[in-house]
Write a protein that binds this ligand. Structure first.
Ligand SMILES: [Zn+2]
Length: 213
């Protein structure tokens, strides 16, 4: 869930960052009685849900296609999807992180750091003095940070012409860290992106540039 008071993300009744409790409402049942319910939308955007759903479907799919070359995994698309998923999470993260600036100024910075590599290193450092990787490590996610870096390197190697960089073991490791990546990301988001002047929920849709319509 998303806390509209402080922009934190959480999964319980009271917000762990500011303590805000979502008000319940009385909902009428078909038999005329009333129940109290708290109805809130999920915190993630639809693109994120779709990517996770596609990864799950690919993971569960019967592995019966023709063997790709050498060590290349039949399910290599999971790693490609994961990286897009991760870039999309980080894109929302840095939008929210710049909530103290006015929109034009934030847009200018985000245009300068278009690629995730520059965001995780230079942009992160310019905002908080440490890289994204050091920030994750400080939250006790050292092995996780290493795993994400490995996926980034192997995915880049694949894109640059080394298909065997994505093998079955990397695919299995990618699926293995999927939940932890989300938990770690939420923890970091609540540390860095809450209590800003402008609260930018991560499901907030970025306006498409006119030329992409
Ligand atoms: Zn809150």
């Amino acid at each position: 869930m998303h806390c509209y008071e402080c922009n934190a993300l959480y999964d319980r009744i009271a917000c762990p960052v500011c303590g805000h409790v979502i008000e319940s409402e009385k909902v009428r049942q078909p038999d005329g009685s009333y129940v109290e319910r708290r109805t809130v939308r999920g915190a993630l955007g639809w693109s994120t849900h779709l990517l996770l759903e596609m990864m799950r479907r690919e993971w569960e799919r019967a592995d019966d296609g023709p063997a790709p070359m050498g060590q290349t995994s039949r399910k290599l698309v999971i790693v490609i999807l994961f990286w897009t998923f991760f870039e999309s999470l980080m894109d929302r993260f840095y939008h929210a992180a710049l909530g103290d600036l006015d929109e034009a100024e934030a847009a200018k910075i985000l245009r300068k750091f278009k690629f995730v590599g520059g965001q995780l290193d230079e942009l992160h450092k310019s905002l908080w003095g440490v890289s994204f990787w050091e920030d994750l490590a400080a939250l006790d996610y050292v092995p996780l940070a290493e795993q994400i870096r490995t996926i980034q390197e192997r995915r880049n190697a694949f894109i640059h012409g080394d298909p065997e960089a994505i093998d079955d073991s990397l695919v299995a490791r990618t699926m293995g860290i999927l939940m932890d990546v989300q938990f770690a990301w939420i923890k970091l988001f609540n540390t860095r992106c809450t209590h800003k002047r402008r609260k930018i929920p991560i499901w907030h849709q970025v306006e498409r540039a006119a030329k992409t319509r």
